[in-house]
Design a protein around this ligand. Sequence first.
Ligand SMILES: NC(=O)c1ccc[n+]([C@@H]2O[C@H](COP(=O)([O-])OP(=O)(O)OC[C@H]3O[C@@H](n4cnc5c(N)ncnc54)[C@H](OP(=O)(O)O)[C@@H]3O)[C@@H](O)[C@H]2O)c1
Length: 270
Amino acid sequence: MRRLFPVTYETADHAGRQGGGEPLGSEWSLDALADAYAYPPRADHQAWLRANMVSTLDGAAQHDGRSQPISSDTDMRVFGTLRGLADVVVVGAQTVRQEGYRPARAREAFAARRAAAGQDPAPSIAVISASLDLDFSLPLFTEPLAPTYVITGSGAPAERIEAARGSGAEVLLAGEGATVDPDRAVAALADRGHRRLLTEGGPRMLGQFVAAGVLDELCLTVSPMLTAGDAQRIAGGSALTVPERFELLSLLEEDGFLYTRYGRRRHSAE
Ligand SMILES: NC(=O)c1ccc[n+]([C@@H]2O[C@H](COP(=O)([O-])OP(=O)(O)OC[C@H]3O[C@@H](n4cnc5c(N)ncnc54)[C@H](OP(=O)(O)O)[C@@H]3O)[C@@H](O)[C@H]2O)c1
């Protein structure tokens, strides 16, 4: 893997040395990846929400209903690193159902870093759902290392809210009706001390978070594949009135895959 942006002294002259001193082109250690993807320090203690998504060259966010066919081993290392840094992983219910979500693992590679940051050994998973049509007997709900959250609206079916609570999940009500208001979801997690937020989609959920203006950063893997067809893009739903501008924070490359980090362009008043 190599860093293409920002171009630094290290990139240009130490071509061949990265992070722990690995030769250019070799696999980066998880520690080097964790440094590259560290959450920005925020003096105001506000939450920082980043998304991690993968897309093909022609914009497909999945193939045959899964993201795995358009991903790679290194993309999964980045995925694991982003989890390793996060307090909580926010995910839409359809992705949980389709990708068979399990509790996040505690990984030795991130243990010291997490302990120093006062984090649980593994991130919590927070499932966003209106119907609560979820199998609450799954390990995701019954055997998490850190609390699993179910985020829904106050008008969600009462018996399903009870079923979620009965499984051991913590239910956060963050919307009127059954629908979750993205602003309120972020605030509810921040109220519980979760500031390093990561969302893994899917596209229907991410589109609403984009529209609500709560996404601070996008870690987008550009997969060197074409799929054609009518697969979803990484963010769906209603279009913004005015496209929101992001700026490139970093760009890594390996085997034709581009690992981008884009941050929401902040106005000087912010
Ligand atoms: N390329 C990638 O990086 C990537 C990442 C993730 C997923 N994917 C792919 O995307 C597909 C699934 O994504 P998707 O867009 O169909 O679904 P999704 O966004 O994962 O989940 C949609 C569901 O989330 C719940 N939801 C979303 N917004 C909500 C809100 N504001 N309030 C309450 N509930 C809300 C609803 O759940 P209920 O139905 O329970 O009410 C809704 O049906 C899969 O094929 C997966 O493989 C790709």
